[in-house]
Design a protein around this ligand. Structure first.
Ligand code: 13P
Ligand code: SF4
Length: 304
C-alpha cells in the first residue's frame, strides 16, 4: 500500500514536471520520493537550480517561501499548509526597524527561519550550517542576530572578535533540552558521541562532541568511526541515520525532541500536492519578493 502510493507519486511527479524537495526532518517514506533531501541551506541552494516547472516543498512555510523567492516563475506548493515554524513568527518588522534605528551601523543577520515580511528589513540570512561562515565573511563587525538566541550564542562563541546583539527568540523544540537531558543520555550510553544542533541552549551544546546542522550531524555520524551516537535534534534524524547505518546505534537525546510542525506532513499530503488537489500554492507580491530575496541571495553569495 505504502509502496503503491510512493510509486504513484513518482509517476505523477514525472508526468506533471514536479520537483519534490524534503527537509531532513521529514519521515523516511517522504524522503524516499523526494528529488532532493537536505538541511535548510542545501534546500535553498537547490531551489535555484531545479529544472522542473513546479516544486512541492515538504517542510515548513518559510522553506516554501524561500523557494518562491528564488524561483518566482515556478509554481511552489507547501505540501501541508498548516506546517509553520513557531520561531519564524516570533518577531515582526517593527521590532527590527526600531533596533536598526537605535543601533545604526549594525548589520541585521536573520536566521532563515523568519517570515518573508521580516526578511524585507534584514541584511543577510543564515542557516544553521552557514551562520558561522557568513557572520565571519560579512564586512561588518557589529551584528544584530535574529531571532534565535541559541544559534546566535553559538555563532558569537565561534567569532569572539565581532560584536553581537542577540534577541530572545528560539526554537521551542530544541530549547526544551537541558543539561540534565544530556547527563542522563550520556549515563545511559557512555560509549556514544553526542551530536547536537545549534538551536539547543548553550548548556547543551557545551557538552557536545559535534555541533552542526541536520545534514552536518548526519554526515558526521556516517563518516565517524564511532559506533554509537546520541542525537540532539529532531528525532527524524535518528530514524534516517538508523536506516543509513544499520551497523551503528543511534539514541535520541530525548523522546521530547519532536517538532510537531515538521511531523504534520504525510505521504498523502505529498500525493495531493503533486496531483494539484492539496497543499497551498505560495503567492508572493512582487515588491515583497524583491525586498525579501536580497538577503537570501546574500546568504548564497557568502555561504558558497
Ligand atoms: P537546518 O535545516 O539548518 O539543520 O535547521 C533545522 C531546522 O530547525 C529547520 O527548521
Ligand atoms: Fe521551527 Fe524548531 Fe520546528 Fe525547526 S524544529 S521548524 S526551528 S520549530
Amino acid at each position: 500500500m505504502l509502496k503503491d502510493l510512493q510509486q504513484e507519486i513518482l509517476r505523477l511527479k514525472r508526468e506533471r514536471d514536479v520537483c519534490i524537495l524534503a527537509h531532513s526532518y521529514m519521515s523516511e517514506d517522504i524522503c524516499e520520493v523526494a528529488d532532493f533531501t537536505g538541511d535548510s541551506y542545501a534546500l535553498s541552494v537547490k531551489a535555484k537550480s531545479t529544472p522542473q516547472s513546479s516544486v512541492v516543498m515538504c517542510g515548513v512555510r518559510f522553506m516554501a517561501e524561500t523557494v518562491k523567492m528564488l524561483s518566482p516563475d515556478k509554481r511552489v506548493v507547501l505540501a501541508n499548509p498548516d506546517a509553520g515554524c513557531p520561531m519564524a513568527e516570533q518577531f515582526d518588522k517593527d521590532i527590527v526597524l526600531q533596533l536598526k534605528e537605535s543601533m545604526p551601523g549594525y548589520t541585521v543577520v536573520a536566521y532563515v527561519n523568519t517570515t518573508a515580511e521580516l526578511k524585507t528589513v534584514c541584511d543577510v540570512c543564515v542557516t544553521s550550517s552557514s551562520a558561522v561562515k557568513i557572520c565571519r565573511a560579512i564586512p561588518s563587525d557589529d551584528i544584530i542576530f535574529i531571532p534565535d538566541i541559541n544559534l546566535g550564542t553559538y555563532v558569537k562563541g565561534q567569532i569572539p572578535e565581532k560584536n553581537f546583539k542577540l534577541l530572545s527568540g528560539g526554537c521551542p523544540t530544541h530549547a526544551r533540552m537541558t543539561k540534565d537531558d544530556v547527563l542522563k543520555a550520556r549515563a545511559a550510553h557512555p560509549r556514544a558521541l553526542f551530536l547536537v544542533h545549534p538551536e539547543c541552549r548553550s548548556q547543551v551544546t557545551a557538552l557536545a562532541d559535534y555541533v552542526g546542522s541536520t545534514t552536518g550531524i548526519m554526515d558526521f555520524a556516517e563518516k565517524s568511526d564511532a559506533e554509537e551516537f546520541i542525537i540532539g535534534t529532531e528525532n527524524a534524524i535518528v530514524e534516517h541515520l538508523q536506516y543509513r547505518c544499520p551497523e551503528k546505534k543511534f539514541y535520541p537525546l530525548s523522546k521530547d525532541l519532536v517538532c510537531h510542525n515538521m511531523k504534520i506532513t504525510t505521504l498523502a499530503d505529498v500525493y495531493n500536492a503533486v496531483c494539484g488537489s492539496g497543499g497551498e500554492e505560495i503567492v508572493m507580491e512582487e515588491g515583497m519578493r524583491l525586498a525579501a530575496v536580497r538577503c537570501i541571495e546574500k546568504m548564497i553569495e557568502y555561504g558558497g
